[in-house]
Ligand binder design. Structure first.
Ligand code: SAM
Ligand code: SF4
Length: 463
């Protein structure tokens, strides 16, 4: 096994010792969590293995409190855009794996435009560009073309303002090119931090190299990308091991680059063509998954957490209360899937999503549940990335920045994409939130800007 910062035995020992943690120590960890101080490895392990219902209740409450106090009731919206399903890897869980035979394709630039047009009509401003790994069919130049095409599109009302990128681990030089193309976050899931499981599940291809995959964010940082988003695919190995792996990875980045993960994604394994989900012995049940989300929330209170449509409507509703700050809506996990859906053609996705409601229905329900859907991309556009974003989050100032931006972008969204009922609902939600902007000058400016957006004569404000 190769040398790197994930020490398998260390994590295994932490989890073994955690079983013997006494109630007093658990209670002290929870006190710390309730003060938003984060948790160390030993404490995280102890909370993960803990099954005491009273402790669990406190974990969920602390996660909910962090969510309310740090992130307020804003939920950032995004959608994935699959551009190519060519892949040279053989990941046992994925239908794009090279051993699975189907008609592969990548989008032409005209098709990219067609997909983006549909996504824009849903009101999206933030995309996650997704592709399989293939230097021959999908080289970095192709990805750069896609990004340029997307940023080059202007519609009557909207445009895509932030393209996050989720492509295979690559070289520092390629990360520099992505940085120069103006990407938002570079997202890469480690899939599993357990090197033995990783080796078993990744049957062939460059991704089989655990250390190459694990050190991708180091190369991304060296290439100038300071917003990186981590994650594991829950269901591949011991989920508690994965949480500790994520935390150690985050600390590695904090120590080396002064900034850890910008976001953590929590994808859970879904059924897919070309694989049988019953072959995976570590599937995570809903109760365990909820505990994991809550423990991550209290362990790293200032890191955004992303939940995709892999989760069901009910599970998303539940987990939003425990710290999720960003969700996707109206997603297709197929190359060309948005246009295909409009034409009612059969779909052939990377995996089958659970929450298949339309974007407007999801966004509207968020408001019914007391959330403010946010289409904000301001931090990235004003250069508040990496440690500049983190210091803003840690100082508690995020409420004076993100809340006004969320309200302005919701106002914009309701005008452009909502019907009368939606507009009414959004207006009421905005009125209710305005008093929560602590800074008076920003509060007044927000009221003025929302009014201008409603009159439809001016756009594109952000704090
Ligand atoms: N091909 C690149 C890679 O693997 O890093 C880019 C990302 S791939 C398009 C997006 C992610 O989908 C993968 O990282 C994996 O975690 C996830 N995925 C693959 N198969 C899945 C499945 N059956 N259920 C849920 N997520 C899956
Ligand atoms: Fe290819 Fe990514 Fe799927 Fe693996 S997860 S087979 S690298 S697309």
């Amino acid at each position: 096994m190769s040398a790197h910062f994930i020490d398998r035995e260390y994590i295994k020992n932490l989890l073994e010792e955690a079983k013997y943690t006494d109630d007093g120590a658990i209670s002290r960890s929870l006190d710390k969590a309730e003060r938003f101080e984060g948790l160390d490895h030993r404490e995280i392990a102890a909370l993960l293995v803990n099954e005491n219902p009273d402790h669990l209740k406190r974990i969920f409450n602390a996660a909910g409190e962090i969510k309310r106090r740090i992130y307020g009731n804003r939920i950032v919206m995004f959608a994935p855009l699959y551009v190519s399903d060519y892949c040279v890897n053989r990941c046992a869980y994925c239908s794009f794996n090279c051993g699975h035979r189907f008609d592969r394709r990548k989008l032409t630039m005209d098709e990219v435009r067609e997909e983006v047009k549909i996504l824009e009509k849903m009101g999206h401003k933030r995309l996650a560009l997704e592709a399989g790994e293939s230097n021959a069919e999908c080289p970095i130049e192709y990805i750069l073309d896609c990004i340029q095409t997307i940023y080059g599109m202007k519609f009557e009302n909207g445009e895509i303002r932030r393209v996050n990128v989720n492509i295979a681990a690559t070289t520092t030089e390629n990360y520099r090119k992505l940085h120069e193309a103006g990407i938002g976050t570079y997202i890469l899931f480690q899939e599993t931090y357990d090197e033995q499981a990783y080796d078993r599940i990744h049957l062939a291809g460059p991704k089989k190299d655990f250390a190459w995959h694990l050190t991708a964010f180091d190369r991304a940082q060296e290439g100038g990308i300071d917003d990186v988003g981590g994650g594991v695919l829950f269901g591949l190995a011991d989920p508690y091991f994965e949480v500790l792996g994520l935390m150690i990875h985050n600390e590695h980045l904090e120590e080396k680059y002064n900034v850890g993960f910008h976001t953590i994604s929590v994808p859970r394994l879904c059924p897919a063509a070309g694989m049988n989900i019953a072959d995976f012995p570590h599937l995570v049940d809903d109760a365990t998954f909820a505990k994991i989300v809550a423990v991550i929330r209290i362990a790293v209170p200032f890191t955004g957490m992303i939940l995709s449509t892999r989760e069901s409507h009910e599970m998303r509703k539940k987990l939003l209360q425990m710290g999720i700050s960003q969700i996707s809506a109206g997603s297709s996990t197929e190359v060309g899937g948005y246009a295909k859906r409009q034409r009612d053609e059969t779909v052939n996705p990377q995996f089958f999503v659970n929450d298949d409601r339309g974007a407007l229905a999801i966004i509207s329900e968020l408001m019914d549940d007391g959330y403010i859907p946010s289409f904000c991309t301001a931090c990235y556009r004003s250069g508040r990335t990496g440690d500049r974003f983190m210091s803003l989050a840690k100082s508690g100032q995020i409420g004076n920045v993100c809340l006004p931006n969320a309200l302005m972008t919701l106002s914009e969204y309701s005008l452009d994409y909502g019907d009368d009922a939606f507009r009414e609902k959004a207006s009421a939600a905005i009125e209710q939130e305005i008093p929560h902007i602590a800074n008076e000058a920003i509060r007044l400016k927000t009221v003025e800007n929302v009014e201008k957006i409603r009159r439809g004569n001016e756009r594109d404000f952000f704090v």
